[in-house]
Design a binder for this molecule. Structure first.
Ligand SMILES: *Cc1c(COP(=O)(O)O)cnc(C)c1O
Length: 368
């Protein structure tokens, strides 16, 4: 049986091999007589699952030793509060607002610290990124927040900003929920990174936080203990029960990522090559057509989330129905943007993007 191609923005498609493995291990994990959902998080079995997941992610993403890797709950939206609770010290934070997600982040942080929008491209409907040289960063900001891939608007930083080069000593916080593990990260520019798993890593329920050790231990008194990064780190993400099954499936995805190869590249390097090829194929098809349009500036188009419009929007329903009939699922755009959106995460094979591009062409020809 071949499964349909699923372009959901999240929760999103997972590698079929990962789903098969999880299914095979559902009733009895490695001869333990238990499924992973049924194990104590303190058991040797689960502790090995957790330790392997952490080590595999560190290796995959080349996370330096002075960063802690935490598995938390609450998703990206909870981190919008957890980050200022932990690292703002109640002082100030600067936000780069480049789409819906960073806008949500700055609104939430206002509950905990003095927030300034240091740059935004809201007046271009979030179809471009404000150049870092134009950012109005404050000297005393406790951190600078960037959403490195805006899932809804389809804009992605192709390079992380070098805050030191901009005269700022503040740590950079990135929300990398929707492109984590799709490309390497330059950790020398990052203080803290967070992301929910349900776009590119696994099921909903587990949130990955990569935090520099220097940022631990400064939580505001009101910070809930379960959300205090130092307490979570000191307890190896087991201060309270972690989302065990989601963490396990994310761990299987890390192993799958490690096995990927493209030419001489492996792991995340292989994913980056494949993701570039997939994105180019889809953007070229849209750009070369008179029928479809993507309005994002070419220099910041997301490799993961491709919003596009039919120039004649009265055909939207027919387009989606025809896509579904060809086993191309969940292409409807986010309600705030409209149109269509194809999310082409790590687990979307090139064959899925080819099938979508073929459908774009066939649908256009049928309308002409
Ligand atoms: C999906 C998403 C979120 C929100 O994640 P939740 O798990 O729903 O809290 C935050 N930021 C980005 C960039 C996202 O794509």
């Amino acid at each position: 049986m071949t499964r349909p191609f699923n372009f959901s923005a999240g929760p999103a498609t997972l590698p079929e091999e990962v789903l098969q493995q999880a299914a095979g291990e559902m009733l009895d994990w490695h001869g333990s007589g238990m499924g992973v959902m049924e194990m104590s998080h303190r058991s040797n079995e689960f502790v090995s699952i957790y330790e392997n997941a952490e080590a595999d992610f560190r290796e995959l993403m080349a996370v330096p030793p002075h960063f802690k890797i935490l598995f938390m709950q609450g998703g990206g939206l909870a981190e919008n509060a957890i980050v200022p609770l932990n690292i703002s010290r109640g002082a100030s934070a600067d936000f780069i607002v480049t789409g819906s997600w960073s806008d949500k982040s700055q609104k939430e942080a206002r509950k905990y610290c003095d927030v300034q929008i240091a740059a935004t491209n809201a007046n271009s409907d979030y179809t471009s990124l404000p150049p870092p040289a134009s950012w109005k960063l404050r000297r005393d900001a406790s951190y600078v927040h960037v959403c490195s891939n805006e899932t809804i608007h389809g804009v992605e930083f192709q390079e992380l900003p070098d805050l030191k080069g901009l005269g700022s000593d503040a740590p950079l916080v990135i929300d990398f929920s929707s492109h984590v593990a799709s490309r390497p990260v330059d950790w020398s520019r990052v203080g803290l990174a967070f992301g929910g798993a349900q776009k590119n890593l696994g099921p909903a329920g587990v949130t990955l936080v990569v935090v520099g050790e220097d940022l631990l231990g400064h939580a505001l008194p009101a910070c809930p203990s379960a959300f205090d990064y130092k307490i979570v780190a000191d307890n190896h993400s087991m201060y309270n029960t972690p989302p065990t099954y989601s963490l396990y499936v994310a761990g299987l995805t890390f192993q799958w990522l490690k096995r990927q190869k493209e030419g001489t590249a492996t792991g995340v390097g292989a994913m980056e090559k494949r993701n570039l090829a997939k994105a180019q194929l889809l953007y070229d098809a849209i750009d070369h057509s008179q029928f479809y349009v993507n309005r994002v500036s070419k220099d910041c188009r997301s490799r993961m989330n491709v919003p596009f419009f039919l120039r004649d929007e009265s055909r939207n329903e027919a387009f989606l129905a025809g896509a579904k009939a060809r086993d191309l699922l969940q292409l409807k755009g986010h309600k705030s943007v409209g149109g269509m959106r194809a999310s082409i995460y790590n687990a979307m094979p090139l064959a899925g993007v080819k099938a979508l591009v073929d459908y774009l062409r066939d649908f256009e020809q049928k309308q002409a």
